[in-house]
Design a protein around this ligand. Structure first.
Ligand code: AHG
Ligand code: MN
Ligand code: MN
Length: 358
């Protein structure tokens, strides 16, 4: 039934009623949603669209860009620059921040985005997404790099789109996390998943196990215990997923719980993790927390991390509260050394009095 459904515009008017700057924020989110509809149409063409494959260029992170990374970035810029709500944008695919050019009026918000998340999946027709974060730009002057370096707790809104069997938009303006499904016949995003809530407990974890040799001990401990299942100290079996699209992992967690980890590792000491803070870690952390879950670096909330660079990376551990809190405890115990009980030298590996292992 079409009549009576809550579309994105209706939802935003209702959620932001009484908020002074609501009109601009609504207009901005509607523009972001329009860009997302464009990206959805583009990616769904698949091999028929001539958009697959490499662009032959590299982004500032040294990653080879797909044609679709470049095209979707362009689409986000063009769709969001003109309305007078934004002062500037940062993106995974742009070395430097983009300042809204004249003749467009400059607005009071900043947008940080990852135009195509999980883009390594695009050529194999697996779900990809778009992630975005809205920050305030109170200053009248054009934004500088420093203007974007705000803690995640200062986000005004955050969201992602997932381009799967259906296209969905999941957003928060700080009043819960809500999911919309794109009705391809009417072109409307329709509220289908209001007030998403992540169960506190879960039996599902997601991590790229091929990085195991680079993990820190608290992660090895946690994953080891999950793998041991019923026969280990957790005394129950766990299941594992790895899609390599953060949007798809976060979406699964918002739908049925779970824990997602892309932790700090020792692969490259200059990078404290794989994912980027401003346009991956922070927006996903806001959505997860607004749905009752936790989002941590392992050593504190992601949203409290002060950014020092636009493309800064962060460890990400998010999802069901009790599991994330357990992983944080494992980090604490490791940092204090209390996970390594004192072993008398008489009983160490070289000793003749080695106790029997049971
Ligand atoms: P992007 O395509 O925007 O560069 O992001 C991909 C990210 C994220 O979506 C996913 O969780 C992770 O990279 C996968 O990384 P691995 O290939 O190392 O598993
Ligand atoms: Mn990404
Ligand atoms: Mn990307």
């Amino acid at each position: 039934m079409l009549y009576g459904r809550t579309t994105l515009s209706k939802f935003l008017i209702e959620q932001l009623r009484g908020d002074k700057s609501a009109q601009d924020l609504s207009a901005l989110l509607i523009d972001v949603a329009a860009a997302i509809k464009g990206i959805s149409a583009m990616v769904s063409k698949g091999a028929l669209g001539d958009h697959l494959g490499s662009a032959g260029t590299q982004n500032v992170q040294g990653e080879t860009q797909k044609k679709l990374d470049v095209l979707t970035n362009e689409l986000m810029l063009r769709q969001c620059e003109w309305g007078g709500q934004l002062a500037g944008m940062v993106s995974e695919e742009m070395d430097e921040p983009f300042t809204v050019p004249s003749p467009y009026p400059r607005g009071a918000y900043l947008l940080a985005f990852d135009p195509l998340d999980g883009s390594s999946n695009i050529d194999v027709n697996v779900a990809v997404g778009t992630i975005f974060s809205v920050l305030k730009h109170a200053d009248r002057k054009p934004p500088q790099t420093a203007s974007y370096l705000q803690n995640g707790d200062r986000q005004i809104a955050a969201g992602y789109a997932i381009y799967g069997p259906s296209t969905m938009l999941v957003i928060s303006v700080g009043r819960g996390t809500h999911g919309f499904t794109l009705d391809r016949e009417t072109g409307n995003f329709v509220l289908t998943h209001p007030d998403l809530t992540i169960p506190a407990d879960t039996g599902e974890f997601a991590i790229n196990v091929s990085n195991e040799r680079f993990w820190e001990p608290p992660i090895t401990r946690y994953v080891g215990e999950c793998k041991a299942g019923r026969s280990g100290i957790r005394e129950r079996d766990f299941n594992m997923r790895w899609i390599a699209s953060m949007v798809a992992e976060v979406h699964r967690i918002l739908m049925r719980g779970g824990v997602f980890m892309y932790p700090r590792d020792t692969r490259d000491p200059s990078k404290p993790g794989r994912l980027r803070l401003l346009y991956e870690g922070n927006p996903m952390a806001m959505l997860i927390e607004q749905a009752g879950g936790c989002a941590s670096t392992g050593r504190g909330r992601i949203c409290e991390l002060p950014p020092s660079q636009v493309h800064q990376r962060t460890p990400v551990i998010l999802g069901s509260r009790n599991e994330v809190e357990r992983i944080e405890r494992y980090h604490r115990e490791y940092d204090e050394g209390s996970d390594r009980p004192f072993v008398s030298p008489l009983f160490n590996e070289r000793s003749l009095y080695r106790p029997e292992v049971t």
